[in-house]
Design a protein around this ligand. Sequence first.
Ligand code: AMP
Length: 402
Amino acid sequence: MGLNKKSVDDINVKGLRTLVRCDFNVPLKDGKITDENRLVAALPTIKKLIADGGKVILCSHLGKPKGEPKPELSLAPVAVRLSELLGQEVKFAADPEVVGPNAKAAVEAMKDGEVVLLENTRYRAEETKNGEAFSKDLASLADVFVNDAFGTAHRAHCSNVGVTQYVDTAVVGYLMQKEIDFLGNAVENPVRPFVAILGGAKVADKLNVISNLLEKCDTLIIGGGMAYTFLKAKGYEVGTSLVDDEKIAYCKEMMEKAEKLGKQLLLPVDTTIAAEFPSPIDAEIEVCVVPSNEIPADKMGLDIGTKTAELYADAVKSAKTVVWNGPMGVFENPILAKGTIAVAKSLAETDATTIIGGGDSAAAVNQLGFGDKMSHISTGGGASLEFLEGKELPGVAAANDK
Ligand code: AMP
């Protein structure tokens, strides 16, 4: 399934002011970028537009400044690092209005093949409301618009949706194409067996993902905090584990759905328990592993158990396509990260197409040094989940059709 949207390969930007919405929402600590994957992922599109002789104007949000300038959320450090990565100056257009006199002057002065980065788009209150004024301001800088920000594609904001109403040409970049190709192929046209692995805290956050993936995959694996609501739905004692009591009926329904469709739904057969949730989260903690139907009433499940880790790794071994979103336990604590590490390792070792759906699982895979071993690591957690739900992403929909 290819993406039926015009891309940077379908246009000629020579001499044109080309506004590119990137996802430079990177983690910062004391002004330093601690994970630059999103910057690296944006390079192919930027390089292509430079090579074609466009005037490349980059924009992005960073964090949540809530509509006003916050110096600690300035994109200035990104301009510095991006210059190094590109081997070419990225001029930072510091401007509290994002598109104010400073930014306009910087764009005015651009020559073909030069790059300017605008200030954090969320310095403007209209950004997240998809307001008209800021959309028009952005469009006023651009002859052509390119959206390469997959991580924001599930939102309809000025800088990825509103702006497209005021430019003639709106296309997608290479990263957006790659994300949709990988996720789209996995879900709509997977090489089978297709195994989907879901973890993370709550069932409630992933209701539609569970339901949609059950229809598409051959095996659905559940881990993390959400597993205990399923176990409770099976009638097991789950002690003080994280449970979403309102979703027990839903879990029953999903188990019935799996059976009806002839799909395998794997739940933890054993679980790692402790007396309480670790505090601080990485505190030394005493744990033991028990069968999933023998959790004591005063204990809490915080990771999948050793047998479950083997069971899940075996399922991955037999797969040809694997999609994974969400940790198997409280992986922030090394003692409770074993299940997540085991799953990450099984994905690193298989020849199957492996797709990591952003967020915590992407961070875990990268921290473990398995990044290179995955077919694709999505740059968007929320966006990839909404895509896996089968929803149309507004940021993609807004681009011109082929
Ligand atoms: P999510 O944001 O839904 O992907 O959930 C990620 C969070 O789920 C991580 O911070 C984990 O610590 C947490 N988590 C995973 N397993 C458990 C569990 N068994 N009990 C409580 N929290 C968990």
